[in-house]
Design a protein around this ligand. Structure first.
Ligand code: NAP
Length: 226
């Protein structure tokens, strides 16, 4: 059974992955910003599962979280950089500076922060897979989501570069999860989001796919087969 580290477990894909990984017998280490949801998860899924209130955009919070986790749990076999924000639909010149910064801080710097504090332990163990959540909008574009697209294109580049740096035995991949009916999709698609898969249905497809990833996948641009 594996130790799975997931950022952004309070809602959406991260939440669905958490519930399904635990249901099939794995241990989940997760974080999110919403205290109420994190406390509820810890109550529902006790130790060895471990849920913490962490803002991935804050490097010192991620550092403290990694120190706690790496001294009390096995090194993650699978690190899922899932947490992200999307801007409210708007033309780029209408996106407030603070909102633009928040999307960059969580979607790019947050991923780098988690990699900075967890990947050295994975390298020491000589194994593990890092999955950085990208998007269809990390490989194509649409109007009114420019900040989000910029971050997901960045994730593709960051992950390819990381893949070239990792020692044998470790893999990093950018992953397009497909299109799933979450809060994030409802923000960009409105009521049209209801035509897409629900997160719990998606997780049943995504988990066997994720568990199958290994060193030979390093650097591949992947998409969940939904
Ligand atoms: N849904 C789709 O169709 C779709 C398509 C392509 C790509 N994706 C990607 O898939 C991933 C999951 O998306 P989703 O649809 O599940 O989004 P979502 O429903 O909005 O959930 C996002 C999760 O990330 C957490 N989060 C946000 N900012 C955070 C921060 N600073 N620190 C820690 N956690 C944070 C949120 O929890 P808190 O608010 O509690 O922090 C929440 O649990 C994202 O990377 C997204 O870009 C989704």
């Amino acid at each position: 059974m594996k130790t799975i580290l997931i950022t952004g477990v309070s809602r959406g894909l991260g939440r669905a992955l958490t519930e399904e990984f635990i249901r099939v017998g794995h241990t989940v280490i997760g974080c999110g910003r919403s205290e109420k949801e994190i406390m509820q998860l810890q109550k529902q899924f006790p130790s060895p599962n471990d849920f913490s209130v962490v803002n991935v955009a804050d490097d010192s919070q991620v550092a403290a979280w990694a120190k706690k986790i790496l001294t009390s749990h096995a090194t993650p076999d699978l690190l899922l950089n899932n947490a992200a924000l999307i801007n409210q639909n708007a033309k780029l010149w209408e996106v407030p500076a603070q909102e633009f910064s928040d999307v960059i801080d969580v979607n790019i710097k947050g991923v780098a922060n988690v990699i900075r504090h967890f990947v050295p332990a994975m390298i020491k163990e000589g194994r593990g897979v890092i999955v950085n959540f990208s998007s269809g909008w990390g490989r194509s574009t649409d109007a009114e989501v420019a900040p989000y697209c910029a971050t997901k294109w960045a994730i593709e580049g960051l992950t390819q570069s990381l893949a070239q740096e990792l020692p044998p035995g470790i893999a990093a991949v950018p992953l397009n999860p497909g299109i799933i009916n979450t809060d994030m999709l409802q923000s960009s698609f409105g009521s049209a989001a209801s035509a897409y898969l629900m997160p719990d249905e998606w997780a049943k497809i995504a988990i066997p796919f994720l568990l199958n990833l290994g060193p030979s996948d390093n650097g591949k641009q992947l998409t969940v087969p939904v």
